[in-house]
Design a binder for this molecule. Structure first.
Ligand code: ADP
Length: 465
C-alpha cells in the first residue's frame, strides 16, 4: 500500500516539476523510482504499463514546455530521462518475472505431502511448507523464526553435535527422528537433511516423511511374531514335559535317598560326621541340578522382550542340554558336540536356544523313523566367511535320519508345512524369522552319508551387520 502511494506521489510530483518548472535537471529520471516501486505491488504486465506511462508523461511534459524545439540541452536531458526509464522498466519487468518463477517453485513444495522446511545456522525456521503445517499443526506464521528443535521437541537417535558434525562433513544426514505435533502427540519421521553453505554461515533443508503408521504396523507384526514364537516354545515344552519331569524327579529321589542315609549316619551311637557331610554335599548337588532344569524351563516359558546382548554360543548350546538330554537318552541317540571358542554373536539367548531345541527335536523325531542305522546327532559351531557381509559364525545341527528331498529343502521353512501326522509345521518358520531378526540366515542341506543338516549363519558382534 505504501509503495503504491509513494509511487503515485513521486509520479505526480515529477510530472508537476517537469511540466511547470524550468529546472536544469533531468527530473524525469525520477520516474525510474516509480517503476521500481511498482514492482512491489503490480504484475509484470502492469510494471511494463507503468514504464510506458512514465515515458509518455516525460514526452508529454517535454512537448508541453518546449514544443517541437529540439535545440539546446532540454532535448538531451529528455533523452537521458527516457533511456533511464526504459532501462529501469526492462530490468524491473525481468526482476518481476524471476520473482514470479521463484514463487511458483516455492509453491510446488507445498504440493508434496512430505514436510519441507529450512532452518538457519541458529536453528531458526526460515521456510515452512504446507506439508509441515498439516503434519505438525503449526501454521507458517507461527513456525517461522522459531527454534526447530524446541518447537518440535525433537528426539534424536544420536547426540545432536555428532549429527551436525556429520552434516558439516558430508553435507547430508539421514535418520529417524521423534517429533511432537502442536497437540502434543508423537510422530516418527524418516528425516533427510541437506546442508547449504551460505558464505561463512549455512542453512539446513530438512525433508521429513511421516512413518508413524509404518513403525506401529512393524511393531505389531513383531509382537505377533513374538507371541507365535512363545506359543511354539510352550508347545515344544509340552512335547518335552514327560522326559523333563523325569529329569527333575530323578535328583529329587536322590535327595530323599541321600537325606535318609545321612540321618542313619547321624543316628549311630557314634555319628559318622564325615559321611553325613558327604551326604549333605550330594543333596546340595542334586538340588542344584533340579533347580537348574526348572530355571531353564522357566526362562524358556517366559515371554520377555527379545534382547540383544553379546553371547558365547557354547554357553547358549550347553544351556539347552539339560532340557533335551532326557529325550536324547530316551531315543538312544548319540550326541556329539563340537564347540570351539569363537567370537561372540549379538542376540537373544532364549530365542537362539528355542531355535536350536527345535532343530534338535526335529532331528531326534526324524531319526525315530530309522531302525537300521546308528542314531547320531551332531551340534557344532565353526567360523567361516558367509555369503553376506558379517556372517561368520555357523551353527550346524545334523542327524542320520531319512534326510530331506532336494526339492523340499526350502519348503520346510514355510509356515504350516509338515509331514508329521500331529505336526503344526510352524517350528522352522519361526526359526527362520528369529534368525532373520538376528541378521542371519538359516537353511537345510543333505548331510554327507545320509541324514539332514541345518545351518544357521550369524553375524559376529561388532561386524556392523
Ligand atoms: P513340524 O515339526 O511341526 O512338522 P517344522 O516346521 O519343525 O514343523 O518342520 C517342518 C517339516 O520339516 C517336518 O514336518 C519335516 O517333514 C521336515 N523336517 C524338519 N526337520 C527335519 C529333519 N531333521 N529331517 C528330516 N525332515 C525334517
Amino acid at each position: 500500500m505504501t509503495a503504491r502511494i509513494g509511487a503515485t506521489v513521486i509520479a505526480l510530483a515529477t510530472f508537476f516539476v517537469d511540466t511547470f518548472t524550468t529546472t536544469e535537471v533531468a527530473i524525469a529520471v525520477m520516474y525510474g523510482a516509480v517503476v521500481l516501486l511498482a514492482v512491489d505491488f503490480a504484475t509484470w504486465q502492469r510494471v511494463l504499463l507503468v514504464g510506458i506511462a512514465c515515458i509518455v508523461a516525460t514526452l508529454g511534459s517535454f512537448l508541453a514546455t518546449h514544443g517541437l524545439d529540439t535545440s539546446g540541452g532540454e532535448l538531451a536531458r529528455c533523452i537521458v530521462s527516457l533511456s533511464a526509464i526504459g532501462v529501469t522498466t526492462l530490468l524491473a519487468v525481468r526482476m518481476k518475472a524471476t520473482m514470479l518463477t521463484l514463487h511458483e517453485q516455492a509453491q510446488l513444495l507445498d504440493l508434496t505431502h512430505d514436510t519441507v522446511f529450512v532452518r538457519d545456522a541458529a536453528d531458526h525456521i526460515t521456510f515452512w511448507n504446507r506439508g509441515a503445517e498439516v503434519l505438525y499443526g503449526w501454521p507458517r506464521e507461527a513456525a517461522l523464526g522459531q527454534d526447530t528443535h524446541k518447537l518440535l521437541q525433537t528426539e534424536f537417535p544420536a547426540p545432536l553435535p555428532s549429527i551436525m558434525a556429520e552434516l558439516r562433513r558430508t553435507g547430508r544426514w539421514e535418520g529417524e527422528l521423534m517429533h511432537r505435533r502442536r497437540d502434543g502427540s508423537q510422530v516418527i519421521v524418516a528425516s533427510r537433511w541437506s546442508l547449504q553453505e551460505r558464505g561463512s554461515s549455512f542453512a539446513v533443508l530438512e525433508t521429513n516423511t511421516d512413518i508413524t503408521a509404518h513403525r506401529h504396523a512393524e511393531s505389531q507384526t513383531r509382537q505377533a511374531q513374538a507371541s507365535l514364537a512363545h506359543v511354539s516354545r510352550v508347545a515344544t515344552m509340552g512335547e518335552l514335559t514327560a522326559s523333563i519331569a523325569h529329569e527333575v524327579n530323578q535328583p529329587l529321589a536322590a535327595i530323599v535317598a541321600h537325606g535318609e542315609a545321612a540321618l542313619r549316619w547321624l543316628n549311630r551311637p557314634v555319628p559318622e560326621l564325615e559321611e553325613v557331610r558327604l551326604g549333605l554335599e550330594r543333596i546340595i548337588g542334586d538340588g542344584r541340578r533340579a533347580a537348574d532344569v526348572i530355571q531353564r524351563l522357566r526362562a524358556l516359558a517366559r515371554k520377555d522382550e527379545p534382547q540383544r546382548v553379546p553371547l558365547d554360543l557354547r554357553e547358549v548350546i550347553r544351556g539347552i542340554l539339560p532340557l533335551v538330554q532326557p529325550e536324547i537318552r530316551h531315543h538312544r541317540v548319540a550326541l556329539r558336540l563340537e564347540l570351539p571358542e569363537l567370537p561372540a554373536v549379538i542376540g537373544d539367548k532364549v530365542q537362539l536356544q528355542q531355535v536350536i531345541i527345535n532343530l534338535v527335536m526335529n532331528g531326534i523325531q526324524a531319526m525315530a523313523l530309522v531302525a537300521d542305522k546308528p542314531r547320531a546327532l551332531t551340534i557344532e559351531v565353526h567360523e567361516e566367511a558367509g555369503e553376506h557381509p558379517g556372517e561368520r559364525i555357523v551353527i550346524e545341527v545334523s542327524d542320520t535320519g531319512p534326510g530331506i528331498a532336494a526339492d523340499k529343502l526350502d519348503q520346510l521353512f514355510e509356515a504350516f508345512y509338515s509331514t508329521k501326522p500331529d505336526g503344526m509345521g510352524i517350528g522352522l518358520s519361526i526359526c527362520r524369522s528369529i534368525i532373520a531378526a538376528h541378521g542371519g540366515r538359516i537353511w537345510a542341506s543333505a548331510r554327507e552319508g545320509g541324514g539332514a543338516s541345518f545351518h544357521i549363519a550369524l553375524p559376529v558382534a561388532g561386524s556392523g551387520a
